[in-house]
Design a protein around this ligand. Structure first.
Ligand code: GDP
Length: 313
């Protein structure tokens, strides 16, 4: 990418998209194109076609998606499938039609089979059944990978796919019904501390294991791959380290300074037992994460505090 290349970041208001914009600006890219979802509904085929014809971007980061935690994924199953399929199909097809030089598609670690060997290697894709709680989202993301592969195979498009692990960071979703575990724990422990509550309820058994990556690290990895990777095969992006939800709960409680009791609500689902990425390919391509989990939780907590009024509404 040249510093003046026209770069479209789809989903720039989201946690990942905004981290991508920060990373691009920091590296001196000056010609960024963005649209909010009210300016451009990426599910609308005609609107996306008009936008690409007008703007003709050179590069595309496809970070727009309907995302959420285990409850949201499991509840809004039709929306997670339909919205994500439409956004991906429209953006990827128009990137082909308008001759975009390169596109980077962001998937998710939930594309891998529920019981795939850990750590999850890129070639585990489509070797077994998916985790039921997020199957619609996973199917949509697998379709996005296959679109990138198919447009490369048939039309020679340089479209690459990356699979981030569980992410957290600035501007995360702190709505307790829709969020992922880490922002949910930050909010729950903070509120319990402020209100002096003796007990906090968390979900599941605490035994599932998860890996976490700070969104600004992810953005940095995406820029690295946009500059240095041109192959058909997907690339995992993670830290390569995981911990149990029980350990995560202790860590977040410590960072926030909550000393009360934790109650496990086992009526809520555990989800997939483990989701650790094999990041040897990414490391081989010369990239490694820099923000460790305790530091990242601190940074996310500071951001939460700064914007707490907005989350509390
Ligand atoms: P997943 O990685 O797709 O399963 O999504 P989540 O980040 O939503 O959940 C990860 C794990 O954390 C699951 O085992 C949840 O049951 C558990 N968990 C514990 N407490 C919470 C909570 O308050 N919110 C969420 N979203 N998950 C929680």
């Amino acid at each position: 990418m040249e510093k003046k290349s026209k770069i479209y970041v789809a989903g720039h208001r989201g946690m990942v998209g905004s981290a991508l914009v920060r990373a691009l600006e920091k590296q001196g890219f000056t010609n960024l194109v963005t649209r909010t979802s009210s300016e451009l509904d990426l599910r609308d085929q005609q609107a996306v076609a008009r936008f690409f014809a007008e703007e003709q971007p050179d590069y595309v980061f496809l970070a727009a998606a309907k995302v959420g935690g285990i409850l949201a994924n499991n509840t809004y199953r039709a929306e997670f499938l339909y919205d994500n399929l439409m956004m991906e199909a429209n953006v990827i097809h128009q990137a082909y039609v308008q001759g975009v030089k390169k596109l980077l598609f962001l998937g998710s670690s939930c594309i891998y089979p529920k019981l795939a060997p850990q750590p999850l290697r890129e070639d585990a894709l489509l070797t077994g059944l998916l985790e039921p709680t997020n199957e619609p989202y996973a199917i949509a993301k697998i379709a996005g990978i296959k679109l990138c592969e198919a447009y490369r195979d048939q039309y020679g498009c340089n479209f690459i796919s990356v699979m981030p692990t569980n992410l957290y960071g600035y501007g995360d979703n702190y709505d307790l019904q829709g969020s992922h575990v880490l922002p949910a724990l930050i909010r729950k422990f903070h509120e319990a501390k402020v209100e002096g509550k003796p007990q906090v309820e968390v979900w599941g058994t605490g035994s599932p294991k998860r890996e976490f990556l700070f969104a600004d690290d992810l953005a940095d990895a995406c820029l690295h791959l946009m500059e240095n990777y041109n192959e058909r095969e997907l690339v995992n992006i993670g830290s390569g380290e995981d911990l149990s939800i029980r350990e995560l709960v202790s860590l977040v409680a410590t960072v926030i300074g909550y000393e009360g009791e934790v109650k496990w609500n086992t009526d809520k689902p555990d989800g997939t037992p483990r989701k650790l990425m094999d990041v040897s390919k990414l490391h081989g391509l010369g990239w490694k994460h820099t923000i460790e989990l305790p530091e990242g939780i601190q940074l996310a907590y500071q951001d939460f505090l700064q914007h707490y009024e907005q989350y509390a509404l």
